[in-house]
Design a protein around this ligand. Sequence first.
Ligand code: 5GP
Length: 191
Amino acid sequence: MKLLEDRICSEGVVRNGDILKVDSFLNHQMDVSLFREMAREWKRRFAGSEVTKILTIEASGIGLACIAAEEFGCRAVFAKKTAGSNMDAEVFSTKITSFTKGKVYDVVVSKRFLKPEDRVLILDDFLANGCALLGLMDLVKQSGATLVGCGIAIEKGFQDGGKRIREMGVQLESLAIIDSMEGGTLVFREE
Ligand code: 5GP
């Protein structure tokens, strides 16, 4: 998606070789007009999929999921990284290793919010090694809901998450795929 690629080029900063910092528009300060265009693009790519629920993980996916839920006309639910005291006892639970923090989180979603009749689209800001997506896919599987596919803002194509998930036969729609960031120069995959 050209609009997103242009924004990454103008505002993205490469850190430690394999981390892309895009916190001026994606995951700290948020450009909601850009999110709207991204949500429309996912709606186009998943046309006819009859999505009933958008699933993401806190915190960075929540803004994207909210705008996308409006476009798809459904609700958004985010997986929580810790089970707080007012969390339902009945939860689907999985473990996710954070790529940026190197920590393992227990991640939960209340059983009230994912049902077997749901058709779920998973969204997230980044795809690196695929831990976050695989964990969210596990929650969908536990619920008996149907996974429609996964939408990602920025996929780092030089890490193997995208390959692993596509090989599982999942429809994965990344709006920008970066195949290399060597020397701070971004190389995008042609659509
Ligand atoms: P994965 O689980 O696919 O290895 O990593 C995806 C998760 O790690 C995303 O939810 C995202 O928050 C974080 N992440 C991975 N790579 C980057 C990156 O280059 N920049 C930022 N800002 N977050 C990243």
